[in-house]
Ligand binder design. Sequence first.
Ligand SMILES: [Zn+2]
Length: 442
Amino acid sequence: MLSRPLLRIALATTGLVLTGVLAGTATAQPASAGAPVFWRVPATSAQVVSLAKAGFDVGESDAGSAYVVGDQAVANRLRALGYQPSFFDTVYKDLPAAAPRAAAADTFYSGYRTVAAQETHLAQVASAHPDLATKYTIGQSWKKTKGQGGHDIQAICLTKKQAGDCTLTTSSPKPKFVLMAQIHARELSTGELAWRWIDYLADSYATDPTAKSILDTTEVWVVPIANPDGVDIVASGGNSPKLQRKNANNTRGGCSGTNIGIDLNRNSTFKWGGDSNSACAETYQGPSAGSEPEVKALEGLFRSIYPAQRGPGNNDPAPVTARGTMITLHSYGNDIIIPWGFSQATSPNDAQYRKLGAKLSASNGYLVGTNAETVGYDTSGTTDDFTYGALGVASVTFEVGGSSGTCGGFLPKYTCVDSTFWPKNKGAFITAAKAAAAPYQQ
Ligand SMILES: [Zn+2]
């Protein structure tokens, strides 16, 4: 297993997370006692798992430590269990006093787009570029299925349209790349990256040879907000976004506040069932495989556009002729996570994933590795285990941003999107799109 603390320090010497390292060495807690912060908790990997299953909000872990989100009361609970939490970093990077009121009603926290803004954006792109863009409704959020408001789950397909393109078929001529974001609602930077990727392709087709090349040869699908009910909850906090990760299904476990919901990145149908059964845990997998409508929508889209290309055994590789790439955007950690999630074992396409990962990392500099080599814990029922395991699509998770500092954590300052995250990841998205024709022949 790689040593995460050493890697973080190596990143810091490039200036990327220097302020974060300084913050990480602080011992005092600058925030008020009621505000959530990141607590660094010395813990073994087994303890990290038990903390998450016990309902603590474990934002990240590395060799020897868990980083738990919570207020002073959470720290006291940890101490009562024998742990020794110390202040690591703030959660809110753009404090209310510094954050101007949103300039537009459809943004929050100095610029992050609401679900309504993302929906308007997709409609505008499809309307402005009928030769390039097709908007789809692929399902409904949990609230919408219950008649409680909510949203459609929306996707956009971008390509220079020829006959048969963007028609929800597994046999279309062009290979496909899917980018999806904000399945974990509070991971704010990810939806903004999806927005910029859509605009780059649609607005630059006429002038940028790379954008033209991609859209002439590839179907690019984007699901900018996979968990819109969750994003509504996050945005309802305004300049103090709420830390909702899961969907808005409040029917299980008597949970309250941002503990409600099912973790949509633990609810997928491939190898479901190895994660938390505690309804209020942040990694609650739900009552059954694919129980949540958001997961049904995503899996329905994937099955509509990708043929099943991999055998049923854990050791059956996707063939070298398999097509299709998928990136699911999360934050944070500066990682590119390759399969498997459900197992510490490497996948039968491991060597090919590491070659592809290296090309993606050439743009963003993220650490390429399996769960064991990056975040350090197993994850059952993830989106990328489904698209790789069930369909053979070359699928990776990006963990966008560092663990601390202004551009770190779940709620980075909005200016970090254009100063850091988009410049670093644009090239990686381009690489993933170009790899869609033959991802296992890198
Ligand atoms: Zn996530």
